[in-house]
Design a protein around this ligand. Sequence first.
Ligand SMILES: Nc1nc2c(c(=O)[nH]1)N[C@@H](CN(C=O)c1ccc(C(=O)N[C@@H](CCC(=O)O)C(=O)O)cc1)CN2
Length: 290
Amino acid sequence: MELLDGKKCAESLVADISRKVAGYIGSGLRKPHMTIILVGTHAPSESYVKSKIASCGRAGFEGNLIRLPETVTEQELLAKISGINNDPSTDGVIVQLPLPSHINEQNVINAIAPEKDIDGFHPTNFGRMALGQKAFRPATAYGICKLLQFYDIPIRGKHCVVIGRSNIVGKPISIMLANDFDIGNATVTLTHIETPRELLLDETRRADIVIVAVGIPGFVSEDMVKEGVVLIDVGINRLENGKLVGDVDFAAVAPKCSWITPVPGGVGRMTVAALMINTLMAYENNFNLN
Ligand SMILES: Nc1nc2c(c(=O)[nH]1)N[C@@H](CN(C=O)c1ccc(C(=O)N[C@@H](CCC(=O)O)C(=O)O)cc1)CN2
């Protein structure tokens, strides 16, 4: 078993971005600029946003954080987004999820200008990604693809089983791996927690690649996978003792894997790196550099 080291891959990708940005700045252009909106004080979100801002610094970007109180209204948030949409000095904007329950997340996502939607969640970008067109791709799904590419994991013709059907991970990664662009051409089965157990086991036990994103510690057990499987664990579960674990019973399952992502240090890091790639793309679009 070998680790798909997200930390190592992310550092390599961000270093490449930093070199490219240094060239742009050397030619007289401003720094790429990302804005993050954080509503309330959700502890995991604080950690993720801190990682994103730090990564902006390493990439040579301006990264600024707008904090809004838990009590902000949906209309106030939409107005803030509108202002950023019209600010030519900002290349990309994200609203950190989840949002308080009184705010409709899809309304917020839909309010972000597609050309600044570096999360790739807007219907325009999601649709373009699904069609294999140029688009901002959802950061976690894109990060998984970049990690598989970094380690030359074969995808074409492989049987991939995705467990979880969220709009930000399960659905986009299923489409991207089945698509026929840069990394894809796999045969993908999308399952979820409503999939009957026998059907789920039948699929996962035959899978060459399993991607799990259900938010349940230990959901993938040793009996669910075949020898030599490539296992991508998207889970980020904080246990009562503070330990961070994924959706895979790592100790039991890892010995059967040819490759597996660690938690922490796997997909989470790649989410942040992919966001940097998308921000650079937004900047290059802005200055007609690509
Ligand atoms: N607007 C968005 N909100 C959220 C997204 C997203 O893509 N866009 N995804 C998830 C999680 N997420 C991004 O914000 C995220 C998850 C994990 C990490 C990360 O760096 N994890 C580290 C461990 C961090 C820790 O110790 O707490 C790791 O796995 O090594 C970054 C981002 C939710 N919301």
